[in-house]
Structure formats: structure tokens, C-alpha cells
Design a binder for this molecule. Structure first.
Ligand SMILES: Nc1nc2c(ncn2[C@@H]2O[C@H](COP(=O)(O)OP(=O)(O)OP(=O)(O)O)[C@@H](O)[C@H]2O)c(=O)[nH]1
Ligand SMILES: [Mg+2]
Length: 251
């Protein structure tokens, strides 16, 4: 795997199912804060994407012109969407985020600043880092999240504080070298566990989480139960098995 020597541009991945106004707000912020650094805007839609959301996705060309690519996913669920987007990414770095404003687009310049200084690291947003936090997440959910984060730190021997939040920047070569497995939201967890076990440095930046202003979450309790399996299997398997066969032995 040949990690990039420098940051030359970002592919921003925007998955969408039921979002409307938040797509336009995301685009506004991205354009205002990071226009010059965005090389590709990869929108991923599925058969559950509503006609109104689809229309809002098509409108993204108003902000980004030919940089926008709308991809109809073939693999199901959020993991499938992200895995296909990773394959299509063409910039040196890729930013995995959402269109529901839960991944604060104002943070994109901070991700990119780190990538410019340290092009080979993964950058991840943390709600538990000093300066971050939650509002409206629910006390039980925050408590369960805290327990899960501490279990992850213990099992993976890492000081990172937020393994489940799917707002990250990666070198594109890294995500294209890994043989990803997760199909639903547990994929978000997998995207930090596999790089960690491969010995890739992961840097955290704090973020504040607030619930989405429109549309519906696609995450469910049964999906969240899959996180445990992801946590254990990625701890037990040998790291070399995480790489595509063509990448093994060439690190
Ligand atoms: N293309 C596509 N996008 C998806 C799919 N599932 C979720 N998304 C999008 O991915 C982003 C995050 O999904 P959410 O369902 O809000 O999940 P979450 O915010 O991680 O989880 P919660 O905090 O539990 O709501 C949103 O922009 C969704 O529209 C999917 O199957 N396909
Ligand atoms: Mg969400």
C-alpha cells in the first residue's frame, strides 16, 4: 500500500436517504469553508432514497458543478454505500460524512489542515474528546456509548475516545487497500478498527453532536447489536487478513 506523500484534494462522500434541507445546508458550508480543497463530491443514493431527496442531491451541481457524481449503490445499507464510494474516490484523501448535519460540515477544514500536515494519518471526529459533546442523544444512549467506547479502548489499547462516530478523513489508498466487511452502520466502527490494527496513526479532533433537523435515522437497535461482533472479530483476526489479497505483503 502506497500512502500519499501529500494532500492534493478531497473526495467528500455524502450518503442520502431521507434528507432534504440539510443537504443544501451541508453544501453551503462545504462550499464556503473548503471549496478549493474539494476535488470530488460523491453522493450515494439507494432504492430507499426518496424522490425529494434525489432532487436535492441533483441540485448539488449548483454548488459544485461537474465535481458532483451521483452513485446508485448496488450493495445494500450504509456499509454498502460507503464501500462503493471508497472504490470510486479519486482524490488523494476521502472524507466520510453524512447529509443530516450530525457530522458538522464546519469541521471539514480542520480535517484537511491535518491531512495537509500529515497526509498518512487517519483523522476522526470525537464527541468524547475535550471540547466535544452531545445534545439530545438521550441519557441511556450516552451511557451505553460511554461503556462501548471504554471497552474499545481497552481491547484495542488505544487512547482514542470515539470509535463509533462515522466522521473521518482517510488517505484514499488506505481505504482502497482494505477488504471491508460490514454492511450496515457497524461499518463505521470497522473504519477505525482496521486502520488501528494495521498500525496506521489515527488523530482525533473534538466535535459537538446535535440531532438531525430533518429526515429519519436509518440506524436501529438491532443494527447497533452488530457493533459487538465487529469489535471482537476485528480484534481477533490477524491484521494482514484485513488487506486485499493483492495488497498483502506489500506494506
Ligand atoms: N446511500 C445510503 N445512505 C444511507 C444509508 N443508511 C444511512 N444512510 C445515510 O448515512 C447518513 C448517516 O445515517 P443515519 O441513519 O443518520 O445514521 P447515524 O447518524 O450514524 O446513526 P444515528 O445517530 O443512530 O441516527 C445519513 O446521511 C443517511 O441518509 C443507506 O443504506 N444508503
Ligand atoms: Mg444520523
Amino acid at each position: 500500500m502506497q500512502l500519499p506523500e501529500r494532500f492534493s484534494g478531497a473526495t467528500v462522500i455524502l450518503p442520502a436517504v431521507t434528507e432534504t434541507d440539510s443537504i443544501a445546508q451541508t453544501a453551503d458550508i462545504l462550499k464556503k469553508t473548503s471549496d478549493a480543497d474539494i476535488e470530488q463530491v460523491l453522493v450515494v443514493v439507494c432504492d430507499r432514497t426518496t424522490p425529494e431527496t434525489m432532487k436535492r442531491c441533483e441540485d448539488l451541481a449548483t454548488w459544485f458543478g461537474p465535481r458532483v457524481q451521483i452513485h446508485q449503490q448496488r450493495l445494500p445499507f450504509l456499509g454498502g454505500a460507503m464501500r462503493e464510494a471508497f472504490e470510486l474516490a479519486s482524490a488523494s484523501h476521502v472524507i466520510m460524512m453524512a447529509t443530516d448535519l450530525e457530522t458538522d460540515p464546519n469541521l471539514v477544514p480542520a480535517f484537511i489542515d491535518i491531512a495537509k500536515q500529515r497526509p498518512q494519518v487517519v483523522v476522526t471526529a470525537s464527541r468524547w474528546a475535550q471540547g466535544g459533546g452531545f445534545s439530545g442523544y438521550g441519557r441511556v444512549r450516552v451511557a451505553a456509548n460511554w461503556v462501548f467506547q471504554h471497552l474499545t479502548s481497552l481491547l484495542y489499547q488505544t487512547p482514542l475516545t470515539d470509535a463509533t462516530f462515522g466522521y473521518r478523513l482517510f488517505p484514499t489508498a488506505l481505504v482502497q487497500a482494505i477488504d471491508w466487511e460490514g454492511s450496515r452502520h457497524e461499518f463505521l466502527l470497522e473504519t477505525v478498527l482496521k486502520p488501528l490494527r494495521l498500525g496506521i496513526e489515527v488523530v482525533e479532533i473534538p466535535t459537538y453532536w446535535a440531532p438531525r433537523p430533518d429526515g429519519e435515522s436509518q440506524n436501529s437497535l438491532s443494527t447497533q447489536a452488530r457493533y459487538i461482533r465487529t469489535l471482537l472479530t476485528n480484534r481477533l483476526a490477524p491484521p494482514n487478513s484485513f488487506l486485499r489479497i493483492s495488497q498483502r505483503g506489500v506494506r
